[in-house]
Ligand binder design. Sequence first.
Ligand code: AMP
Length: 116
Amino acid sequence: MTDTIFGKIIRREIPANIVYEDDEVLGFKDIAPQAPVHVLFIPKNDVIPTLDDLQPSQAHLVGKLALAAAEYARREGFAQNGYRIVMNCREDAGQTVFHIHLHLLAGAPLGHFGAA
Ligand code: AMP
């Protein structure tokens, strides 16, 4: 299994501000937040380097990440105001950690984005 810094967080070998956990998903605050709320949701039991490596048998995991983010948004009270979820795939998207993760960004109007 290819290890990453997120593997170390899953195994509690390095600290993280964990805000969500269930059998399959771990959620923790991003160390370099890009919005007032910036939480990462990752699969705990599968290391999938990029979205491009996701197999059909693993498709449910992306839904689990999205459901975890939505549950967190409702629990924390910003679901009605809204939020953004992002998954970066490889270099052009700026992916730096090769263990798939879903970014949840919220807490302020985020504006639109695209290629500069
Ligand atoms: P990406 O650029 O999509 O690969 O996102 C990786 C994210 O992981 C970045 O937003 C980093 O700030 C974040 N990150 C890296 N190391 C840690 C860490 N130890 N704890 C929390 N977030 C981290």
